[in-house]
Design a binder for this molecule. Structure first.
Ligand code: NAI
Length: 319
């Protein structure tokens, strides 16, 4: 397109944008005219300590290039309201929320403490929940909102030593999928990214020559696109790293369809394992909503005579 994507007059909150990926988002939003709330409590990778320095440095860098930004040092877990307040007090509105703040507390599952599990869920999942819910009525009222959830390949696929982190990250995908559906009639679009990039999170787990290709500024363009006025997608998941931009979706195998009026045995399952696990492209499905169960109903002959080929699964929206 010839029309550059602009964020003029848009206010964007980016949690954890004092460094890493978030900092690159902040710089690129500001460069395209957004007013940026740079939130960061300035702690360690493990979530301890705090300092104003991280957020302040990013704000100075933006201002030195002629951009508009304000720092906020609130912990998303204990004071999400403070983060929104900074946006409202400084700029009078909020249009875009990037849920990016995160910590790591890796441990093999046998050794993981409840605190390690809960602390990671608190920052990534509960933090994103709270701040998104605070912004939601504003988005509804102005009939515009853009949200990005930061998932992770570790959430999509699992990763040794990251039970807490992967649970939180796939939790964010589920949150994204539901909020996308609830946001439809208010022009609120919610998408998730699963990035891989050089930051203090990955510094110790990848070789330097690989890391130097995985620059965090390579992630930002997708985030900006996903929060632009013109974006179509909502409820989508994107894997993004170095030069890779790809979408991830659910795929149901061709499957085994038995007559639900009969009883089944474990042996019947065992005997048909090939069907259950067959991802032959001519038979797979890509469900995106509960109503996609109509495919299953028809295959198992469960559709009643008068159903005209489908049954509507009701949600709160219909009640
Ligand atoms: P990072 O550690 O540089 O950035 C995270 C930022 O969040 C830090 O500046 C930190 O101070 C801030 N933060 C942590 N807890 C906070 C809290 N309670 N309140 C406010 N701010 C808080 O790491 P990176 O890599 O930039 O991570 C950004 C996001 O991307 C995270 O959600 C991470 O899980 C995710 N991610 C990163 C990947 C990578 O390859 N770097 C891979 C997959 C996901």
């Amino acid at each position: 397109t010839d029309n550059p994507i602009s964020f003029k007059d848009k206010v964007v909150i980016i949690t954890g944008s004092g460094g890493g990926l978030g900092k690159q988002y902040a710089l690129q939003y500001a460069q395209r005219g957004a007013k940026v709330v740079v939130n960061d409590l300035g702690g360690t990778l493990g979530g301890s300590g705090s300092s104003n320095k991280a957020a302040d440095l990013v704000v100075s860098e933006i201002e030195s290039k002629g951009g508009i930004a304000v720092a906020n040092y609130d912990n998303i877990v204990t004071n999400p309201t403070g983060i929104l307040q900074t946006a409202i007090n400084s700029f009078g509105r909020v249009d875009i929320l990037i849920n990016n703040a995160g910590i790591l507390k890796d441990a093999s599952f046998a050794k993981m403490t409840q605190k390690q599990f809960e602390d990671v869920l608190d920052v990534h999942l509960n933090g994103a929940f709270k701040l998104t819910q605070l912004c939601w009525p504003i988005f509804q009222k102005q009939k515009f909102g853009r949200v990005v959830m930061t998932a992770s390949p570790a959430g999509l696929y699992g990763n040794f030593g990251q039970a807490n982190y992967s649970a939180a990250k796939l939790g964010l995908v589920g949150l994204c999928e539901t909020l996308a559906k609830e946001g439809v009639k208010y022009n609120i679009k919610v998408n998730a990214i699963a990035p891989l990039a050089k930051s203090r999170m990955t510094e110790t787990i990848l070789p330097p020559d690989v890391l130097n290709k995985l620059l965090p500024e390579k992630i930002a363009p997708l985030v900006l696109y996903l929060t632009s006025d013109i974006v179509d997608s909502s409820g989508s998941i994107y894997e993004v790293a170095a030069g890779l931009f790809a979408q991830i979706r659910w795929e149901r195998s061709g499957g085994l369809y038995l007559n639900p009026n009969k009883s089944f045995t474990p042996e019947a399952i065992l005997n048909k394992l090939k069907d259950i696990s067959s991802f032959d492209p001519s038979t797979t499905e890509y469900p995106t909503q509960l109503n996609d169960y109509n495919f299953v109903y028809s295959k198992t002959s469960m559709l009643p005579e008068n159903s005209q080929g489908s049954i509507k699964i009701k949600s709160l929206k219909d009640k």
